[in-house]
Design a protein around this ligand. Structure first.
Ligand code: KG4
Ligand code: ZN
Length: 337
């Protein structure tokens, strides 16, 4: 089965062709970072219009690269939510139009299930059951995954998502959007001993997170210290260390609570090198295994949507003819396959 994946939920247009037997045949990504940079964040209407411009040219490129024609495609998977409604509608409309023209089935995919399935694109793919730490710009979740669509949320952020906290703290430090990677680069020059930020909600039981306090702590530190380059780097380092520690502490608790020995990390913040190191060290002390998608498949991409879509399409799931997208959509609303 050959599946076309289309991702347009936010500020990246991602297209991929995934074959059940042969694996990933081709994928392409267009990032809108430059388009939104001047505004300090994603402008939804600009995002939608850019997806309209980029989706079909990227699709042509991917088809050519994989030497595939439309008649070879057995199904189209696109992101149906959660995300920006206008941006989602572009992907959904194009998917349904192509499906109508080609006579192939379509399926709307949950964006976070896409992130969750991204590690399956790698050769050492984890088998359920496992604990997943989903860390993106919009979500921070610890999930017990018993199988495809069989999810139990163990903990989530009560306020800002981790990626959002990275982005807001980066903005405070004068770094360009998107802040996560820029903050991580600045932190490399930071002194880990100058400031110590709190590890929110680790002093009480439970698996929920709260990151808005860390951002406030960064603001207060920033305003009480001299405004120089080294201070900015030291704050970035202290912030990053606090986030990594907090995520590691809660991941350890989740593994202990479930008795599971596999941890899957996915979502944009999963590209963070210090987090990857921290969780690898944690896994070692617990005798557990940790799995990541390659960094380019941590952030938004079409391959993960093709991967989640392939599993569901292969199980016979299909969309109706109506075009429906959802700005908000809980992972736990998905049914098992
Ligand atoms: O999964 P993603 O691409 O989009 C959403 O579904 O939200 O995640 C984007 C988030 C942004 O907040 C970005 O700053 C963060 O992931 N991010 C990082 C890194 N790369 C991306 N945060 C920390 N370190 C990174 N290397
Ligand atoms: Zn995402």
């Amino acid at each position: 089965m050959l599946v076309l994946g289309i991702e347009t939920s936010c500020d990246e247009t991602g297209i991929a062709l995934l074959d059940a037997r042969r694996g990933l045949l081709a994928h392409a990504l267009h990032s809108q970072v430059a388009l939104h940079a001047g505004y300090g964040g994603v402008v939804p209407e600009l995002a939608s219009r850019d997806h309209i411009r980029k989706t079909l040219p990227l699709l042509r490129r991917v088809l050519e690269e994989a030497s595939v024609t439309a008649t070879d495609i057995d199904g189209i998977a696109y992101t149906a939510g959660p995300g920006l409604v206008g941006a989602l509608l572009v992907g959904a409309s194009i998917a349904h139009s192509l499906a109508w023209a080609w006579g192939t089935p379509t399926l709307g995919v949950h964006h976070m299930e896409g992130h969750l399935m991204a590690p399956l694109l790698e050769r050492a793919a984890p088998a359920p059951p496992f604990v997943a730490l989903l860390v993106s710009g919009g979500h921070t979740l610890l999930v017990e995954v018993a199988g495809l669509g069989r999810y139990r949320v163990l903990g989530e952020s009560l306020d800002d998502a981790v990626g959002e906290a990275f982005d807001k703290t980066a903005k405070l430090l004068g770094l360009p959007y998107p802040g996560g990677p820029a903050l991580a680069r600045l932190a490399e020059r930071g002194d880990p001993h100058r400031f110590r930020f709190p590890r929110p909600m680790t002093d009480r039981p439970g698996l929920d997170f709260s990151f808005s306090g860390l951002k406030t702590f960064a603001i207060n530190t920033f305003h009480n210290e001299p405004e120089d380059e080294q201070t900015r780097a030291d704050i970035a380092r202290a912030f990053e260390d606090a986030v990594v520690d907090t995520l590691a502490i809660k991941s350890r608790r989740a593994l202990r609570a479930t008795g599971l020995r596999r941890l899957v990390v996915a979502g944009g913040v999963g590209a963070n090198q210090r987090l990857r190191q921290g969780l690898r060290a944690l896994a070692q002390t617990l005798g557990a295994q940790v799995f990541y998608p390659r960094p380019e498949f941590c952030t938004d991409n079409g391959a993960m949507i093709a991967q989640a879509g392939l599993l569901r399409l292969a199980a016979g799931q299909r969309d109706g003819l109506g075009i429906e997208v959802r700005a908000r959509w809980a992972l736990t609303e998905l049914g098992p396959v």
